[in-house]
Design a protein around this ligand. Sequence first.
Ligand SMILES: Cc1cc2nc3c(=O)[nH]c(=O)nc-3n(C[C@H](O)[C@H](O)[C@H](O)COP(=O)(O)OP(=O)(O)OC[C@H]3O[C@@H](n4cnc5c(N)ncnc54)[C@H](O)[C@@H]3O)c2cc1C
Length: 385
Amino acid sequence: MLPFYCSWMTEDLRIFADSVHKFIDQEIEPHYVEWERKKWMPREVWNKLGAAGLLCVDISEDYGGCGVGFEFSALIADIFYRRGVGAVAGGGIGVHSGIVAHYILNMGREAQKASYLPKMATGEYVGAIGMTEPGAGSDLKNIKTSAKKTDGGYLINGSKIFISNGQHCDIIILACKTDPAAGARGVSLFLVETDTKGFVRGSKLEKLGMHCQDTSELFFEDMFVPDEALLGPLNGGFIAMMQELPRERMLLAVGAQAACEGMLDITLEYVKERNAFGKRIADFQNTRFKLAELATKIRVQKAFVDQGILLLAEGKLDAATASMAKLHTTELQGVVADECLQLFGGYGYMTEYRIAREYADARAQRIYGGTSEIMKEIISRELIK
Ligand SMILES: Cc1cc2nc3c(=O)[nH]c(=O)nc-3n(C[C@H](O)[C@H](O)[C@H](O)COP(=O)(O)OP(=O)(O)OC[C@H]3O[C@@H](n4cnc5c(N)ncnc54)[C@H](O)[C@@H]3O)c2cc1C
């Protein structure tokens, strides 16, 4: 693709980018196709990510992070998606470092931060977040998993579904009903170690794409957690989730943008090599116009994503803008995947070709982290308030 200006790139980020690329060259790319085929990424990858300093980078050094800004987190997402190994970054690192660690940092008590964040930064502990249930995904205030007050703590009963890192996780943030009659005001968050009695890991779910990422069902059967497991204020969980979601959505937008750029790059290479009717696929006007249209949309979108990254780094990103970024980038990712796959012809449909995996992986981006329809709800609510 045409080289273009990135408003948040610095010399430090460039050096960091080299180390991320090197890590992918050595530890991810040689194994990725095999992990996708086996539908499993080994647990040690988390320790390797930690050892390479790629986990929880934007958490302060006091808690094991690197104390750098959001741009560094964004750069990790960008490079993993751009290199076509986004399944490791999206549900994996994104959930662990970009979501779970920040909930603990922003809402946790000192003891929670001190005991969990350093372990998350090294990869000794893997984090997950359980909001979605079989009966409630978009409509989070209607979750049924309950946390009933008992002596010295809470008894948690219920289940969660589609949980990223569900098989590997050592700690999980669980959204539970603590006041079933109070709707959104009756939801609380708990930080739970997964070796707690009553925590039952369900199966790893079969997905359309992102096969090596472990997405699971989880069950809680009279699971006792102490009072200290409460994360943030009692009944304050819904507000906390709303406050933290813009970060998650911005990270997804960064990944989607990079995936678009990566797909365009590999398609440009392919159409220059493949011939039909005595000329390169790149020489058909249809190919050139399609690629020109996609490149224009991707480049225009890049400016908005870059702005969002800087706004978040400055603590100024509002929920509607984050939703616009997630909506636009993930929708375009679907279009780019489809149009680029078409230019690969039959090879594009073969899973050994990266574009086929990108096509399947892109589909989830419009669903998790809030569906495109929910993004439109949030944006329109801000417009028509
Ligand atoms: C690969 C993957 C990983 C995931 N990881 C996690 C995770 O780590 N943790 C977690 O908690 N969840 C996770 N999820 C769950 C994800 O966040 C939910 O699937 C998503 O929020 C949608 O919820 P739902 O599946 O229940 O769909 P529903 O809420 O049942 O929605 C079904 C359809 O109705 C539409 N709809 C719903 N409400 C409205 C409305 N008000 N207006 C218009 N349309 C509406 C939706 O947009 C959708 O098209 C993951 C999902 C996937 C696929």
